[in-house]
Design a protein around this ligand. Structure first.
Ligand SMILES: CC(C)(COP(=O)(O)OP(=O)(O)OC[C@H]1O[C@@H](n2cnc3c(N)ncnc32)[C@H](O)[C@@H]1OP(=O)(O)O)[C@@H](O)C(=O)NCCC(=O)NCCS
Length: 113
């Protein structure tokens, strides 16, 4: 997978099939209540490549990046009606922490091991 990812310094991963971009995930480290946490956004896989585990691999890649950066909690926002994304996040161990403006804020605590 690593060789299919172009890692941009601004926290944006683009996955390519050949030279065609087929997905992306954005991530950042931010300060929240005096704590450094990760934040994920701009997560998208083109429709023909969905449901093949690519989303899960991108999440795992970003989680490794956070752990290697000594960040053990990350958040994201997802539309309350986005059932597919909610399912993917739940399966990856994320939990809802609040609902605001038709969006859920979700978080995951990462293991130090
Ligand atoms: C969310 C998204 C990035 C996930 O990527 P993906 O490559 O499809 O994810 P995966 O293949 O790793 O996981 C798909 C899982 O969703 C489940 N799923 C598939 N279609 C579903 C549906 N219509 N409703 C609920 N769950 C669904 C599958 O059961 C699968 O689970 P599994 O790993 O146990 O088989 C992708 O669907 C997408 O780009 N969606 C549009 C943009 C978007 O909503 N982004 C998130 C914004 S917060």
């Amino acid at each position: 997978m690593e060789d299919r990812i172009r890692h941009f310094p601004d926290g944006q991963l683009i996955v390519e099939d050949g030279h065609t971009p087929i997905g992306q995930i954005g991530f950042d480290i931010v300060e929240c209540k005096r704590k450094r946490i990760g934040y994920v956004n701009l997560f998208y896989i083109v429709p023909e490549y969905r449901n093949t585990g690519l989303g899960k691999q991108l999440i795992q890649y970003v989680e490794k990046f956070f752990i290697n950066s000594n960040v053990f909690e990350y958040h994201l926002n997802v539309a309350t009606k986005n059932e597919r994304a909610l399912e993917v996040y739940k399966k990856n161990g994320m939990v809802k922490i609040k609902e605001e403006n038709n969006k859920f804020r979700m978080k995951k605590i990462l293991s130090h091991e």
